[in-house]
Each structure stands twice: as structure tokens, then as C-alpha cells.
Design a protein around this ligand. Structure first.
Ligand code: GLA
Length: 386
């Protein structure tokens, strides 16, 4: 789909006139999984694919929503832009409008909006965060509110909490808003202090493998993990004053680990605290050019998500196991929320074709699902295109 085609579609739906266009990316997380809502570190990068929005302000007192990907369309009165519409996709943009209304901001006039996504949905690459951040960037710019991008990311996260009922952390919206071409974001999810780290992978590609087994974030498993982490904090509190798992070092955790009586809760905490350390270590290794060590940490991350956090499952584990059999694979792990979705792998240039054909074949034989592979390009965060 080209921008010209999108413009024609917009005109077909909403008529001739001025049109503006915006884009916000999906993300792939290199390491630091299920750490964000624990105040830990993450290391995601924005992708070159994501969500586009074409928009025109109108004098009507409504916002009209349409999508190239979903048949459902809606026209919503300005005063109703904080109320969900059934279980439809428009709840993501509406959830974002609601955040502006909560700040006491008013829109004056209406708008026509046409969305289009080239990021696969339900694949753990943050299509929903891309949609939220794209909407936030559009509203902020079109209505001239002047809100900074980090705040827009937080508003996207709130929309996810309130309208999709997923108690997600800040990673996805932050990456979609703040990403930079050829950089990963080393983000402290407690303070939101961040560093853009150049990802210079000489002779190595980032390959994303989509299991095509939809990740089911809204299935409640995600919120269950969030609750288990809170239970771990409670169990540790009598021995060490913390308010989030991100506040305890790996060394101190080892001293109190045995005090957490519930085994599941103990395992969840072990994943989170070790993953936070792995993420810090991985960033150091990347900066020092030690990609082999970086890859090893990615592998360890997957194993911890599989054994202690239990968010992988047969498809993700099969994809990772098959990937590890290929010479030239430096590291491979699940990425995103888990329970299906994608893996991310560092693969030497000369091994990429073999990786795609062999892992593809073996994965399909074992799971009956046809995977899709993308060689990732790291792109910029949400912005106006024209
Ligand atoms: C989902 C959430 C993020 C993060 C990841 C796991 O993508 O939206 O906030 O928790 O899962 O790292």
C-alpha cells in the first residue's frame, strides 16, 4: 500500500480537501522481557513497519474512524470520545482521545481519520501500541496541544489499561514514540531515563520469526503475571523494603529467594530480577562489540521466560530450538508478551537464507503452522509524514 493509494482511499471515504499523514512504528524488544511493569530495564527498538493515519480536521462535532484493515467504521460525537464502542478496534484510538479529555483538553471541531497498518497484528510486535501512539501524535499535532512525546507514550499506555484492559508496562508505547533509526532504547522503566544505543551489527541481521500462533495478551495470562510479581514484592517486603522487583539487585535477591514460599511466585521473581541484570549486561556487551556474549544473554533470557516465567509455549520454544540448530545464529529468544507471537534472532548474514528455509521447514513440520520471517530494519518513532 502506497501513500498515494491511502490518499485516494481517504478521498473516496471522506471527500476532497487537505490531508495530513502520520506514522508510528511497532517494536521488537532485543532483551528485557516482562521487566517494564516491575520498574526494570528494557532494550527495544522501533521497527520500520507500523501504523499510518491520514487525517483531516472538520467543522463537524464528530470524529469519523475508518481503517484499511478492518471493515468496522464509526462516527463518534466529540463528547463521547471517552466511551468504548463494543469490542471494536476503534476503542484503541478512542481510548487515546479519552486521555486528552481527562486532561481537560477540548477539540473544538471534529476530524476524519483513516488508519492502515503494515505491522502484523497479534504477533507481539506492538501493533496496538503503534495504533495508540499514532493516534496520540495525530491528536496532539492536529489540535496543537504541545504535549511531549514521553507523555504521549504514557497516555497510550493508559488507553491500553483502560480500554483494552491489559495492565501493560510502558515499553511498547515508549519505543513507538521515542525510537530512532538504527538505535535501540535502553530504558529505565522506573524513572523513564533512557539512552539511545547505536545498533551497529556488522555482518549480522536481526531476524524476526512470526510463529503465526497469535499471542493472547488479553487472555488474562499477562495480568496474572503482573499480579504474581506484586505477590513476590509482598513476600520479599518483610526482609527487604522494596516496592517493585526492579528495586532489588540479583545478589540481594539470592539472599531472600528462599523466603518466598510460593514456588510459582518465587520463579516469577527470579525471572524478573535476573532479566533486569541480563539486560544491563547485554547493553554493556553490545557497546563493547561483544555480540557473541550479547547473543548468549538473549538465549538465557528465553530459557528464563520458558522455565521460570512460563510465557513461551510449544510454538515459541520450537522456533527457538530450531533456530539454535543453525550455524551462524548468535542468539534467539521470544520477544514481547509471549504466549505466541514472534522470536527475535541475531543471524550472521551468510546464514540468513538457511535460517529462513530450514527453521521455516522444521517449524512447520512440528507445529503445522506456516511461519513468516522478516529481516528487521530499525526505524524512527512516531512522526508526521506530510
Ligand atoms: C507486552 C507489554 C509490555 C511488556 C511486554 C513484555 O508487550 O505491552 O509492556 O510488558 O509485553 O516484556
Amino acid at each position: 500500500m502506497t501513500i498515494e493509494q491511502l490518499k485516494s482511499k481517504f478521498i473516496e471515504k471522506f471527500g476532497e480537501g487537505e490531508i495530513s499523514g502520520y506514522f508510528s512504528p511497532g517494536r521488537v524488544n532485543l532483551i528485557g522481557e516482562h521487566t517494564d511493569y516491575n520498574g526494570g530495564f528494557v532494550f527495544p527498538c522501533a521497527l520500520s513497519f507500523g501504523i499510518y493515519c491520514l487525517v483531516r480536521k472538520t467543522n463537524r462535532k464528530t470524529v469519523r474512524f475508518a481503517s484499511m484493515d478492518m471493515p468496522f467504521e464509526a462516527e463518534v460525537k466529540l463528547e463521547d470520545l471517552n466511551k468504548p464502542v463494543g469490542k471494536e478496534w476503534v476503542n484503541y484510538p478512542i481510548g487515546v482521545f479519552a486521555q486528552f479529555m481527562k486532561k481537560g483538553l477540548t477539540f473544538g471541531g471534529g476530524a476524519d481519520m483513516l488508519f492502515y497498518g503494515d505491522v502484523p497484528t497479534g504477533a507481539g510486535l506492538s501493533s496496538s501500541a503503534a495504533l495508540e501512539v499514532c493516534t496520540a501524535v495525530v491528536i496532539n499535532d492536529q489540535f496543537g496541544f504541545g504535549i511531549d512525546k514521553i507523555e504521549l507514550a504514557k497516555m497510550g499506555q493508559k488507553a491500553e489499561h483502560e480500554f483494552a484492559l491489559v495492565n501493560c508496562g510502558i515499553m511498547d508505547q515508549f519505543a513507538s514514540a521515542m525510537g530512532k533509526k538504527d538505535h535501540a532504547i535502553f530504558l529505565n522503566c522506573d524513572t523513564l531515563a533512557y539512552e539511545l544505543v547505536p545498533v551497529k551489527l556488522e555482518g549480522i541481521k536481526i531476524v524476526i520469526s512470526n510463529t503465526n500462533s497469535p499471542h493472547k495478551l488479553d487472555s488474562g495470562k499477562y495480568n496474572e503475571r503482573v499480579a504474581e510479581c506484586q505477590a513476590a514484592v509482598k513476600a520479599i517486603q518483610p526482609f527487604k523494603q522494596i516496592s517493585a522487583l526492579g528495586e532489588i539487585s540479583w545478589e540481594d535477591f539470592l539472599k531472600v529467594e528462599d523466603k518466598i514460599e510460593n514456588k510459582t511466585v518465587r520463579n516469577r521473581a527470579r525471572h524478573v530480577v535476573s532479566e533486569i541484570k541480563r539486560t544491563e549486561d547485554a547493553v554493556k556487551e553490545l557497546k563493547a562489540g561483544n555480540l557473541v556474549k550479547f547473543g548468549q544473554l538473549m538465549n538465557d533470557s528465553h530459557d528464563s521466560l520458558r522455565d521460570d516465567y512460563e510465557v513461551t509455549g510449544f510454538e515459541l520454544d520450537t522456533m527457538v530450538e530450531e533456530g539454535r540448530k543453525i550455524d551462524g545464529v548468535i542468539g534467539t529468544r521470544m520477544t514481547g508478551g509471549g504466549f505466541g507471537g514472534c522470536t527475535v534472532s541475531l543471524v550472521k548474514d551468510e546464514a540468513v537464507d538457511k535460517f529462513i528455509s530450514q527453521v521455516g521447514k522444521n517449524y512447520q513440520e512440528k507445529t503445522g503452522l506456516k511461519p513468516v520471517f522478516y529481516v528487521a530494519e530499525i526505524g524512527d518513532g512516531g512522526k508526521k509524514l506530510f
